[in-house]
Every structure is written in structure tokens, then in C-alpha cells.
Design a protein around this ligand. Structure first.
Ligand SMILES: Cc1cc2nc3c(=O)[nH]c(=O)nc-3n(C[C@H](O)[C@H](O)[C@H](O)COP(=O)(O)O)c2cc1C
Length: 324
């Protein structure tokens, strides 16, 4: 998660049994290196010291941005030559060239591709992705305007992969709307092998998102009414997302002004002023429609422990209900 997931969050997620990723979308290469160092320190490793084990975190890229800044991946591959990363994540664009770079320079690392359609999932499998993240439109952050919900997309992708690749087991990870153990169990029931939780960890203690933004997410309830998908925040942030994408954000004074039809100039001023003072009323706060399930800022390790405990409990309740 760009602007949220640095080395500390990635490391704590991995220590608790997940796989944490540093989000390098929109950054320069030095930011990623610094965050890799933070994670290394947390595992008492050094990026420059030869290690026999992988650094148990991943690093994520926004593919269209990486196409404009390929040096990000080149430099990170060079930087982690001695201590390779467990995984590389690509999303939003054609990543074939970057997958080849990872296979060449860091063959021990796994490649995770996030997709939003059945066709993209089939392309990612054809291209040799080790795991596929299937992101529904509930998700916080970006996705294509034409996108279905997680509950529909995950089983459709799982069935497609089973029939297209009967002898290859490609893990599918469900993303979008999952913020607790009940969501995890539901995703497993849909055929996923695991889940990706974004909004829940954006409000983790270790996330580098501004505290005012985390508090706004924790306070928000009923995400169908308090979040929306729009391109406007990207325009105001001067971010060049390609046509056909928008992002799910918390509704706030900016989106209200946009809906009242205020001029772009007025919106830009609102945004720039809010950014200068980190006022959540006018920031671009990327968050999913699951905000109502995120009620506390917690350490990442605690989030994972709670999620696993709740999934277990929900599983037993279900067994009782189904009498199995
Ligand atoms: C603050 C934030 C930043 C995100 N940044 C990225 C990103 O840089 N690259 C990416 O592939 N996905 C990004 N995502 C999407 C997540 O990878 C994930 O698909 C999504 O958060 C899952 O849905 P959820 O938010 O409902 O948990 C971001 C999500 C959030 C909330």
C-alpha cells in the first residue's frame, strides 16, 4: 500500500504469520531501500550481508508507474542481491517485462500479481505468476471502473484457473472488503487460499499513513455511504492514473464540494490547504467500503492474531449451524 506500508508494517505482518509488503508505488528508489533497511533491522539482518535465507517480506509496485520509473525495480533488485526478498507484487498494468527481471535477478523470490478481472487472472497465470490477488470493487485504493465484487470475482477466477490449469495449483488471494476473521473464513469458502487486507492494516499502528487519516477511517461507519470511488482525488494529487481507473476514498469535504459542482480550482485549493495541515476533511484517504469493520488502531501483530482467532470461532459456529 503506497503511503501506508513501510518496512515496519511489512516486518510486523510477517512476524505474525502473514506476508507483509512494502508499498513502493509513486516513490523513488531510495525510499524503498530505506524501508528495506527498516525491515532488515527488525529481523536483525543487513541488506548488504550475504544471507542464506530470504528476507521474509515482499515489495509492491504500481505497474504503470514502474513503466515510467523502471529504475525503482532495477535498484531494489541490486540492493537485495545478497538478501533476496520473499516476493515481488505487481498491480495495474502489463508487468511481463518486470516479471522477467525478477526471475532473472532474484529467482528465489515469488511473484504476486494483483488482478481485477477474470481475463487479467488468466493472463497472470499464463505469464507464470506464483500467486494471484483478486481484488473486488469494495477494496480501498485503486481499481478499474468496471470491476465486480470480491464475492463474485474470487469464485469465478478460482473455477477458471482450475479448469484452465488442472495440474497447477495457483494460490488465489481475495482482496476487497476483508477486515476480520469472518471475512477471512468467507474468502476461504469462496475458494481463496488466503486474503489480502489493506484498509485494516492502513489503520495499523505501524502504518506510515498520517494519524489523522487513520483516525478518520476508524471513525467512519457504513462504508457504502462513507466511501466512494472517484478519479478526482488523483487529479488533485496530480497523479497520472491511466484512463479507466478510479480509487475508493473516504468521503469528506472535498468529495462533498465535488458533488456540489464546485470548480476544479476551488477543489484544488481545498485539497492543497488540507494537505499542508494534514486535515482529514480534505485529504485523499484511500480506504475500502469495509471501514465500518475497522474500529481501532491496533498493532499489526494483534490484527493478525484477532483475525485468526475470529476465523476459528466463526468456523466452529458454522460447523454447529451446518451440523457437520
Ligand atoms: C491506503 C491504501 C493504499 C493502497 N495502495 C496500493 C498500491 O500501492 N498498490 C496496490 O497494488 N494496491 C494498493 N492498495 C489496494 C490493496 O492492495 C488491496 O487490494 C486492498 O486494500 C484490499 O481491499 P481492502 O482495502 O478492502 O482490504 C491500497 C489500498 C489502500 C487502502
Amino acid at each position: 500500500m503506497a503511503y501506508a506500508a513501510g518496512g515496519a508494517l511489512a516486518a510486523e505482518v510477517s512476524k505474525a504469520g502473514g506476508l507483509g509488503f512494502i508499498g513502493c508505488g509513486y516513490t523513488d528508489a531510495s525510499w524503498g531501500k530505506r524501508e528495506i533497511d527498516v525491515a532488515c533491522k527488525s529481523f536483525q539482518l543487513s541488506a548488504s550481508a550475504t544471507s542464506t535465507t530470504l528476507l521474509p517480506i515482499g515489495i509492491g509496485y504500481i505497474t504503470w508507474y514502474l513503466t515510467e520509473h523502471p529504475e525503482l525495480l532495477e535498484e531494489h533488485l541490486e540492493y537485495t542481491k545478497q538478501t533476496p526478498l520473499a516476493a515481488f507484487w505487481f498491480a495495474y498494468g502489463d508487468c511481463r517485462r518486470f516479471m522477467a527481471m525478477v526471475r532473472d535477478k532474484s529467482p528465489q523470490s515469488k511473484i504476486v500479481v494483483q488482478v481485477n478481472t477474470v481475463k487479467e487472472a488468466s493472463d497472470a497465470a499464463d505469464q507464470g505468476a506464483d500467486a494471484i490477488v483478486v481484488q473486488g470493487h469494495e477494496a480501498g485504493g485503486h481499481g478499474p471502473v468496471l470491476n465486480s465484487s470480491t464475492i463474485i470475482l474470487v469464485p469465478e477466477v478460482v473455477s477458471m484457473l482450475q479448469s484452465r490449469y488442472p495440474n497447477r495449483s495457483i494460490p488465489v488471494l481475495a482482496a476487497g472488503g476483508i477486515a476480520n476473521g469472518r471475512g477471512l473464513l468467507a474468502a476461504l469458502a469462496l475458494g481463496a487460499s488466503g486474503v489480502v487486507m489493506g484498509t485494516r492494516f492502513m489503520a495499523a499502528e505501524e502504518s506510515v499513513y498520517h494519524i489523522n487519516a487513520k483516525k478518520a477511517v476508524v471513525e467512519a461507519k457504513d462504508g457504502g455511504t462513507t466511501t466512494m470511488r472517484t478519479e478526482m482525488l488523483d487529479t488533485l494529487r496530480r497523479s497520472n492514473w491511466p484512463q479507466g481507473y478510479n480509487g475508493r476514498v473516504l468521503r469528506n469535504a472535498i468529495t462533498d464540494a465535488m458533488e456540489r459542482g464546485e470548480s476544479l480550482r476551488a477543489l484544488q485549493k481545498l485539497y492543497d490547504d488540507a494537505k499542508a495541515s494534514n486535515d482529514a476533511k480534505g485529504l485523499a484517504i484511500f480506504a475500502g467500503s469495509n471501514v465500518g469493520l475497522v474500529n481501532e488502531i491496533l498493532p499489526a501483530g494483534q490484527i493478525i492474531a484477532n483475525t485468526m482467532r475470529e476465523a476459528n470461532q466463526a468456523y466452529h459456529n458454522l460447523s454447529d449451524m451446518l451440523d457437520v
